[in-house]
Write a protein that binds this ligand. Structure first.
Ligand code: UDP
Ligand code: MG
Length: 323
């Protein structure tokens, strides 16, 4: 059995509190996987610094100087979790056989990695890490997060329930993923589109080991909106349906008004008129908003700007130093 080279890809944004706690745990896991003969000794933990404003990058540099199993990548500025993760995965692609992406806060159980790698040995090229329960989340977080998956699925974005971005991907899948050139990326929705044999492993989600979440409700809603509008056109179809419904209702209203005036019922209808005007105005604005969202997306996609820019790599700096 050939041992695959594994890269654990970890996006980090302002994580100076949690990185010193979790980095040794990732290393320990990597060494244990190497020890079990599941992965090759050339495997690495790769941190992607997503334009942090604190000491995250110096920390990553220090880690990579101390241990060859650590590597670091620095984006030129903050581009958000999805872009940072994609940047890391694309860098890792040519250097490894498999990647596992995971957050750096220790919330996802690293022990699920053993099972993920074993699933790869059994022929799976995509392994989704799925949360078995959400006991440690607050009621609000759980409610909003689970609502998020239901909303996404209902809106036509086909995603794995309770799976975030903890997953194993083979370099072949990454190669195919590289062909998806969109700027608005939502990896959870894109990976299932790539296909290949996949499976899920289940794990319990813990509390953050230190630091604070960077995904408040506002960002989560933005992610959901991006996910829906970049994967599906269902909202546009819903709007068409809504428009149709409103038209039918208005038609009935008009018939009623004409009939009423013929019947000699003088309608003192100022308020009802205003209601209808407001209602129509509201619907139209809503429709325009959603259409505008798609047009905005088209605009961004046609620009085809780079999704991330890498400014530094620890392994290159090491070479420069040794020169
Ligand atoms: N993250 C990132 N860029 C950002 C925000 C977050 O790279 O702009 C990283 C962050 O460092 C962490 C992961 O994305 O490793 C998930 O973020 P967080 O734990 O804050 O989100 P939550 O788990 O609360 O949803
Ligand atoms: Mg987290």
């Amino acid at each position: 059995m050939k041992q695959p080279v594994l890269y654990i890809v970890i996006p980090c944004y302002n994580e100076q509190e949690v990185l010193p706690v979790t980095a040794p745990l990732f290393l320990e896991k990597l060494e244990s996987l190497i020890g079990q003969g599941l992965i090759a000794p050339a495997s690495r933990v790769m941190f992607v610094n997503d334009g942090s404003k604190d000491n995250t990058w110096p920390l990553i540099q220090r880690l990579s100087a101390e241990n060859e199993h650590f590597e670091g990548l620095c984006l030129s500025r903050n581009r958000g979790h999805q872009n940072a993760l994609l940047g890391g995965l694309m860098e890792a692609r040519s250097r490894c056989d498999i990647t596992i992406s995971i957050d750096c806060d220790g919330q996802d159980d690293i022990n699920a990695m053993d099972e993920m790698v074993k699933a790869y040995h059994e022929g799976c090229e995509v392994v989704y890490g799925v949360r078995s329960k959400r006991d440690t989340d607050t009621f609000f977080k759980r409610f909003t997060a689970e609502g998020f998956y239901h909303l996404m699925n209902w809106m036509g974005a086909d995603i794995v329930f309770n799976h975030a971005d903890y997953r194993l991907l083979s370099s072949r899948v990454l190669g195919e993923l590289a062909g998806y050139k969109e700027v608005n990326i939502f990896l959870r929705g894109m990976v299932p589109l790539v296909g290949f044999k996949s499976t899920s492993v289940y794990y319990e989600r813990h509390e953050r080991m230190a630091g604070e979440s960077h995904y408040p409700l506002k960002k989560m809603l933005a992610l959901a909106f991006d996910g829906i509008t970049s994967l599906s056109v269902k909202p546009i179809r819903l709007i068409t349906g809504l428009g149709l419904l409103v038209s039918v209702l208005s038609f009935i209203g008009v018939v009623w008004a004409v009939a009423a005036s013929f019947a000699g019922m003088t309608v003192a209808g100022w308020s009802s008129t205003i209601c209808i005007v407001c209602f129509m105005g509201g619907i139209q604005l809503l429709c325009l908003g959603v259409l505008g969202e798609y047009i905005g997306k088209i605009y961004m996609e046609t620009k085809a700007r780079p999704r991330y820019i890498i400014s530094r790599r620890t392994w290159e700096e090491d070479e420069e130093e040794s020169r």
